[in-house]
Design a binder for this molecule. Structure first.
Ligand code: AMP
Length: 404
């Protein structure tokens, strides 16, 4: 069964074509700088390793997806011969609000709801919808499925997802914690259960997705019960360019005393803060290198970054009671020996005991345990794979017969 996964963002489209029967990726690609004067399409046929790069303007999402389809169908690629070979397309959709807690076959009504949710994710949901519209045109025989970033967190109890603001703001306007990165948190939770040879239902986990965006989730019996991103992906951990936790009074102050517009403050907190605001660099590799060379700002940024993660781990240990495993995933979580050490070392009194030799050796693209024998909490590095998870959820809907 061939499943295409499309992540249609505001100015880029990422895609992967899976042959799920063989659990392999057939082709993958990235369409970048849509709508700009200099666009680019990078397409790889995995079996041969052949990479094609087209440097040319990509007018809009339709143009970008047509290029993708042409490359997938190219006579010499051996990937697909006709569009009809693709059984289903899984679309990453950022915001599913309270309406979607499961992957969902896309109908006109589903598209209308995704559109209605656009004010919650103004950059993402409209771009996701464009991807869906064009995919429907190009692949009319394929079942289109939406997999929502927020869906996994719909199991949170009200005490975790409500904000202490007047009730009407929740009831009438949907002001609450939604949480994001749900596909990744669920994927690594399942991988952790498989690695520990236990059912997801029997485990309590803390999953730390530390990438350019970052969030941490308390997972009880396979269900999200709390997460660090909130109403938007701005909340929680320190990220590449986002501030994470911030007293909202700072916003009033910036507006009233510094005369900043709301658009400027939005840009400041989403694009100019986090590691970038603290050090001038948003890539943790650069910051680690600078800290090693005695840069105080870089050292402080690392300490703040790790301290914020530790605070959430402490909070989620309190929320969960018992924790079986702490999972590190995504770019930083899978690769940064330093961050994992800075997060875990001070937590040994809570039963989180890192084995530094295993920590140094870990992160080779495999699930790796990096705790010492006396650790009460297992510490795991688990590579995330949101595209595979979307493909599997899409295929599961097909085989469950939910689709006529
Ligand atoms: P992601 O969003 O999951 O692709 O993660 C991207 C981020 O991972 C980059 O911005 C880097 O900060 C970080 N990263 C990737 N490789 C490493 C590494 N070897 N050491 C530290 N950080 C890394």
């Amino acid at each position: 069964m061939k499943i295409l996964v499309i992540n249609s963002g505001s100015s880029s489209i990422k895609y992967q074509l899976f042959d799920l029967a063989r659990r392999v990726v057939l082709a993958s690609g990235l369409v970048e700088r849509i709508g700009e004067s200099a666009g680019r399409v990078r397409h790889t046929v995995v079996a041969t390793g052949a990479e094609q790069v087209l440097n040319r303007p990509i007018v809009d999402h339709r143009d970008g997806l047509r290029r993708m389809a042409d490359l997938l169908l190219a006579a010499n690629s051996g990937v697909i011969a006709t569009p009809g070979e693709i059984a289903a397309i899984g679309h990453r959709v950022v915001h599913g609000g309270e309406q979607f807690s499961q992957p969902t076959v896309i109908t006109e009504a589903v598209k209308a709801t995704i559109r209605d949710l656009s004010p919650f994710a103004p950059l993402h949901n409209p771009a996701n919808l464009q991807g869906i519209d064009v995919a429907e045109e190009i692949f009319p025989e394929a079942t289109q499925v939406a997999v929502f970033d927020t869906a996994f967190h719909q199991t949170m109890p009200a005490m975790a997802y409500r904000y202490a603001v007047p009730n009407d703001l929740y009831a009438k306007h949907g002001i609450r914690v939604y949480g994001f990165h749900g596909t990744s948190h669920w994927y690594v939770s399942k991988r952790a259960a498989a690695y520990l040879d236990a059912s997801a239902e029997s485990l309590n986990l803390i999953t730390a997705h530390l990438g350019n965006g970052a969030s941490i989730t308390a997972v009880q019996g396979g269900m999200s019960v709390d997460t660090s991103m909130g109403f938007s992906p701005l909340d929680g951990l320190i990220m590449g360019t986002r501030s994470g936790d911030l007293d909202p009074a700072v916003v009033f102050y910036l507006s009233e005393r510094l005369g900043m517009s709301l658009a400027d403050i939005d840009k400041l907190l989403n694009k100019q803060s986090g590691l970038l605001g603290l050090t001038g660099a948003n890539d943790l590799r650069d910051i680690e290198a600078r800290a090693q060379h005695g840069d105080n700002a870089a050292q402080l940024a690392l300490e703040m970054y790790a301290y914020r993660i530790r605070k959430y781990i402490g909070a989620y240990m309190a929320a969960l009671g018992r924790v079986d495993a702490l999972v590190f995933t995504a770019g930083v979580g899978e690769n940064s020996v330093t961050v994992r050490r800075m997060v875990c070392e001070p937590l040994s009194y809570l039963g989180i005991v890192l084995d530094e030799a295993l920590n140094r050796a870990g992160g080779s693209g495999m699930v790796t345990a990096i705790h010492s024998a006396e650790s009460r909490v297992q510490i795991l590095i688990i590579p995330t794979n949101e595209e595979l998870e979307i493909a599997e959820q899409t295929a599961a809907l097909l085989t469950a017969g939910t689709v006529s």
